[in-house]
Design a protein around this ligand. Structure first.
Ligand code: DC
Length: 229
């Protein structure tokens, strides 16, 4: 039987990491873990519990609430994995603009990162997993056998995100979505605690002009060469 490896996919917002990670996990029978969903669910909890005021996060209050936050993934329809917050399916709510606007400052808090990174490491302990995020190849699994750094221009990423929001009934303008994508890039790359950066041994992939199946074929090829080695 093939050895079970860890595939880490990092990159900026809306670069298509989760689509590629999901396609790949389905193709090779691996578990898929969307770490952005974990930061989003924690942000939703903070919003619901009055941790955001006057444009900033009340970190002390959020830290005190941390032990009461349970985030899990459960299988839904058609093999879809939904995010649950303390037993409630929050998959739709965590994709909205309010969570998107607050998630980067929450994800920059060191105690938040320590808590979620430990949970992510526990999930991957046995291998056989595709995990996407910002720091998977650098911090969560620096020993991952296959690391990808996925990018596309900010305009292309904003167009994808905007189309996704409209399809879900959202009303934000393209300009608002582009501003949010650029602002998240800025915060995610400049934060002190595990900023978004490409691991030295990650393979870069710019998917601006690639189809979904082209990206999957590219990754399957890289996977095959790691498995053979
Ligand atoms: O991938 P996403 O857009 O769903 O991620 C939401 C936010 O969470 C993003 O602004 C950065 C943060 N994040 C992070 O800091 N580290 C991760 N491993 C995953 C996401």
């Amino acid at each position: 039987m093939d050895k079970k490896i860890i595939i880490a996919i990092d990159g900026p917002s809306s670069s298509g990491k989760s689509t590629l990670a999901k396609d790949m996990a389905g193709e090779i029978g691996y578990l898929y873990v969307d770490t952005g969903a974990m930061y989003r669910a924690l942000t939703l909890y903070a919003l619901r519990h009055g941790c955001m005021e006057k444009g900033s996060v009340d970190a002390g209050r959020l830290q005190g609430l941390l032990p009461g936050i349970r985030i899990e993934f459960r299988s839904g329809e058609k093999g879809k994995r939904d995010t649950y917050l303390n037993g409630e399916n929050v998959e739709a709510e965590i994709r909205g603009m309010e969570v998107a606007e607050w998630v980067s400052p929450v994800a920059a808090l060191p105690f938040v990162r320590h808590d979620l990174v430990a949970k992510q490491q526990a999930m991957g302990a046995g291998g056989g997993l595709v995990m996407d995020g910002r720091d998977i190849g650098t911090v969560v699994f620096p020993q991952a056998e296959l690391k990808i750094f996925l990018t596309a221009s900010a305009e292309i990423r904003a167009k994808r995100r905007w189309a996704e929001l409209l399809a879900k009934g959202g009303t934000a303008s393209y300009e608002e979505v582009l501003a949010n994508v650029e602002e998240r890039d800025r915060i995610d790359s400049s934060r002190a605690e595990s900023p978004l950066r490409q691991a030295a041994d990650a393979l870069p992939l710019d998917n601006s002009t690639m189809s979904r199946s082209e990206q999957l074929s590219w990754l399957l090829e890289k996977y095959a060469s790691v498995i053979r080695s």
